[in-house]
Ligand binder design. Structure first.
Ligand SMILES: Nc1ncnc2c1ncn2[C@@H]1O[C@H](COP(=O)(O)OP(=O)(O)OP(=O)(O)O)[C@@H](O)[C@H]1O
Ligand SMILES: Nc1ncnc2c1ncn2[C@@H]1O[C@H](COP(=O)(O)OP(=O)(O)OP(=O)(O)O)[C@@H](O)[C@H]1O
Ligand SMILES: [Mg+2]
Ligand SMILES: [Mg+2]
Lengths: 224, 224
């Protein structure tokens, strides 16, 4: 459902140029949970942003549902993202003037589609935010903000979810709850998920684990 | 060196009031590494900010080196913080217009004291930032930003370091490097450190582990 070929991403130029991605090729099959691991600075977030159409590669192609997104204009790209992609940012990107619930509903409102109300309520409860709906991000703990970012991506049941270190700020209990929620979405609803993680428990529930180093995929493990 | 008695912290009032801390008492002995663990939303960051004089409790006292900081005016409190306290924020609080190196040196420049140049260089190298000195936060990966926040607190060798989830965004290798660096500071230089963490490896290197739940310390373990 997602296919990237020979992706490079260079920041700056000349001597000080940083080669964040060096000819990275990735394929993500429908209905699979893929974990991406690798050292800090190895290119994981950069890869995720490019796969999700939030950033453009310096060279290479990215296909989502067969569409070459590197050829799309900004408007079409935005439309495609709204229809197909959910993103859980490493640092949440919540809107500070909206409450937790408003942040969660925002993609639904933007898509103009009628939300599955039961599902939205379920997501709010399972991310443990029932008693924090009316709090603004500044009134939430770090882990609570992270859970709002997670709920926001899950609420609209997108074709593909990209999760950038979704449990980084969570204790083991909340972490396990989020991971089982993500796993269920894949197993029960065929939701395709790509998850960057430093957490071995997260890798353990994946169907496939990709290891990134210095902007390249250096190893791949498939679950038994 | 740090003593807090019957700390409470309430946000808002009446029915919607949130009791982040409920009569929490903590003592931190000189030259010890204390880990603080607990569920997301249990009050860890709130406790850290109050112990470090970055926030005032709704009731209770906090003593740093024998001084009751809850009685200090803002100016004196700021002076005391500059002299004695290093803080690694859960979300870094780096200055976006400064480079990594400028962010790291900022507390040193503010304190007006002559920095130990060898030590500053050592910290930059050991946090793996040698080749990222001139990058601004927006040009750094999440884990690199976290390491800048860590280096900034370590560079001035404060009396007490408060670290709020210092390894949340780091892979296991970088994480281990940071933890051993923090452990050395305590063991070799008698630096007092209080570290909030969700990471069992971090708790494993502590002299003492405090468990927080619903705004109270519910358990304490002392290393064998
Ligand atoms: N300004 C505020 N207004 C209302 N409630 C607040 C405010 N700030 C924090 N809280 C609440 O206080 C509680 C404790 O927050 P705190 O940030 O200390 O938790 P934490 O243990 O650090 O969590 P985490 O592990 O998720 O970082 C949380 O339930 C949070 O919702
Ligand atoms: N705007 C930029 N200018 C220069 N270099 C950049 C820029 N953005 C990112 N980089 C560099 O690209 C590399 C990859 O960054 P990326 O955020 O993808 O790493 P990551 O694997 O997600 O790391 P982490 O695990 O720390 O989040 C890093 O070395 C970073 O310094
Ligand atoms: Mg990243
Ligand atoms: Mg916190």
């Amino acid at each position: 459902v997602v296919q990237a070929n020979e992706i490079t991403r260079v920041y700056g130029e000349g001597e000080t140029a940083v080669h964040a991605l060096n000819g990275c090729s990735v394929g993500v099959a429908h209905g699979e949970l893929t974990a991406v691991m690798g050292p800090s600075g190895s290119g994981k977030s950069t890869l995720m942003h490019i796969l999700a159409g939030l950033d453009r590669p310096s060279s290479g192609d990215v296909f989502i549902e067969g569409i070459d997104i590197t050829k799309l204009g900004d408007n079409d790209l935005t439309k495609l993202r709204r229809q197909h992609i959910g993103f859980i940012f490493q640092f949440f990107n919540l809107l500070p003037m909206l409450t937790a619930e408003e942040n969660i509903r925002l993609p639904l409102d933007l898509s103009g589609e009628k939300p599955d109300e039961n599902w939205v309520q379920e997501v709010i409860k399972r991310t443990g935010l029932d008693d924090r709906r009316t709090h603004r991000p500044s009134e939430l703990s770090g882990g609570q903000q992270q859970r709002v970012a997670i709920a926001r991506a899950l609420a609209s049941r997108p074709t593909v979810i990209f999760a950038d270190e979704p449990t980084g700020n969570l204790d083991s209990t909340n972490s396990a709850e989020i991971l089982s929620l993500l796993r269920e979405m894949v197993t029960n609803y065929g939701q395709t998920t790509v998850m960057v993680t430093h957490d071995a428990h997260a890798a353990a529930i994946a169907d496939r684990v990709l290891f990134l180093a210095d902007g390249c995929i250096v190893k791949e493990l498939r679950g038994a």
